[in-house]
Design a protein around this ligand. Structure first.
Ligand code: 4AD
Ligand code: MG
Length: 468
């Protein structure tokens, strides 16, 4: 493979390699033509910084923004001028690999709106901020892989095509063709949780990072129809505490790895200006400095209600016990009340899926207000980042819940779509267990200071849009 620009730019001149002959491959970001020489900035995505190549007029003739090139030359101290870099490439041989007609190349040096760039998902990765996000995602995944290995979790793969709707929210995409391929319609998975529970009943600590799909018509900055979910399941736990501690350690590890690296520096310089960079750096620091907050849903409702009474805030939806927390409530809690991540635990049972274990919380609830052992992690700007719970591990109780939710419980193969296998896990060697799912693309937004999830994903899909 050709040498990366990052290895060229960041090898120190003191290693005796000044004035070596090197070959650079990449895409032209700009060409400046002077009277006798030309300067081309060439980038290969390995860093946000391009290499400056010094060319003769003839060598630069067919080069324009977007063209791919191979330049061989001398890597030497740059002379004069105010340059970004202390070294530049004095071209000896320039090979135009693929031209880019400047009249039709859609990416331009001038400002182009995020909305416009979303129509160019095939070219957008060439923009430094977008390239950087690709690198950041990849870095997060390798850090997570090491983190989980260190904590004795094994990475597993769960299916994408499933016979059931894990969350029971009816937001599944249905696969119906080819006709009768699977006898009955199947779905794209909304969560790997149920399969992960089966695996955790054999290997007590498992995780997966898997595509998940939701036919949700939410046209917002934090919803996609296809997104990656990081899911964790652990057996032999009887409270939410180990899950909550694991999450805090995990996110702190990720922040530490970014904020102390060149990737972090490059993230700050592509986030969109000095103010945003400062804000993001403060976010990283505050994530590391403080222990994260935790309250119960019932306490959260009281806090929100008193904020309304005290005229601290106005909501479109009044906070009432038993109703879902609205995005505005979540934002107020994470941004104004806690100014950082907060775990909200023990939501009303009626708001949550069938599989959650009743809670043992001691916070008094209104008459008859049953709660479950679950949590959402809310963070400023993004809102809900993680949802998790302990799972109902008792056969009779789970059966009753599944019947109450009208779930199909036929006998084995005959009844496609049956979740009998899930119930059966409670029949032989059942143990207390729990886990969580983290919206990976939302995490990228949060840690990279990206405002819209449609920028955090290279090829985003959302309601009405799947173009490329
Ligand atoms: O809260 P959710 O729906 O939880 C589950 O699916 C559980 N079965 C997970 C588990 O316990 N294993 O989804 C988990 C997270 C949310 O907190 C959110 O961050 C993200 O997935 N998420 C989305 N991200 C982008 N676009 C969407 N449409 C999302 N829906 C959920
Ligand atoms: Mg949720």
């Amino acid at each position: 493979f050709p040498r990366t620009i990052s290895s060229l730019l960041y090898s120190s001149p003191s290693d005796g390699k000044t004035n070596e002959t090197v070959t650079v491959t990449g895409w032209v970001r700009s060409v400046r033509r002077m009277k006798n020489v030309s300067f081309a900035h060439v980038s290969d995505g390995s860093t946000i910084h391009p290499v400056q190549a010094v060319l003769t007029k003839e060598q630069s003739e067919n080069l324009s923004m977007g063209a791919s090139v191979k330049i061989m030359g001398e890597w030497k101290e740059s002379i004069g001028g105010k340059r970004q870099q202390s070294r530049e490439l004095l071209a000896e041989k320039v090979e135009l690999l693929g031209k880019a007609d400047p009249l039709t190349y859609p990416l331009q040096k001038k400002y182009q709106t995020p909305e416009f760039l979303r129509t160019l998902s095939h070219l957008r990765p060439r923009i430094p901020a977008n390239t950087n996000l690709l690198r950041l995602r990849s870095n997060l995944i390798s850090t997570l892989t090491a983190f989980f290995a260190e904590h004795s979790f094994i990475q597993c793969h769960t299916p994408i095509i499933t016979p059931s709707d894990c969350e029971g929210a009816g937001e599944v995409f249905t696969i119906t063709r080819p006709e009768n391929f699977f006898k009955t319609p199947k779905y794209l998975t909304v969560s790997s949780q149920l399969h992960l529970e089966a695996l955790a009943a054999a290997v007590p600590r498992v995780w997966t990072l898997s595509p998940t799909f939701r036919a949700e018509k939410s046209d917002t900055a934090r919803h996609l129809s296809e997104f990656y979910m990081l899911e964790v399941e652990a057996a032999f736990i009887d409270s939410l505490d180990p899950l909550i501690a694991l999450i805090e350690a995990m996110v702190k590890t990720l922040v530490r790895s970014i904020s102390t690296s060149r990737l972090g520096e490059e993230t700050l310089s592509t986030v969109g200006g000095e103010d945003k960079a400062k804000e993001l750096e403060e976010r990283w620091n505050s994530l590391l400095e403080r222990p994260w907050s935790r309250i119960t849903y019932t306490e959260a409702i009281s806090r929100l209600s008193s904020a309304v009474e005290q005229k601290e805030v106005q909501f479109a939806f009044p906070p009432v016990w038993g109703a879902a927390l609205q995005a505005e409530h979540e934002r107020f809690l994470a941004q104004t009340v806690f100014n950082g991540p907060v775990f909200v635990t023990d939501y009303p049972k009626s708001l949550k899926p069938f599989y959650m274990l009743p809670s043992t919380s001691t916070t008094p609830t209104p008459e008859g207000g049953e709660t479950v052992a679950c949590f959402d992690l809310l963070v400023p700007v993004v809102g809900e980042l993680i949802g998790g719970s302990l799972r109902e591990h008792r056969y009779d109780e789970l059966l009753a819940e599944m019947q109450k939710h009208g779930m199909v419980l036929g006998d084995g193969d005959e009844d496609e779509g049956s979740l009998r296998w899930y119930l059966e896990l409670r029949k032989w060697g059942s143990v207390k267990h729990g886990g969580f799912g983290l919206g990976f693309d939302r995490l990228v937004c949060y840690l990279a200071g990206v405002e819209n999830i449609r920028e955090a994903v290279a090829f985003p899909r959302w309601v009405g849009r799947c173009d490329c």
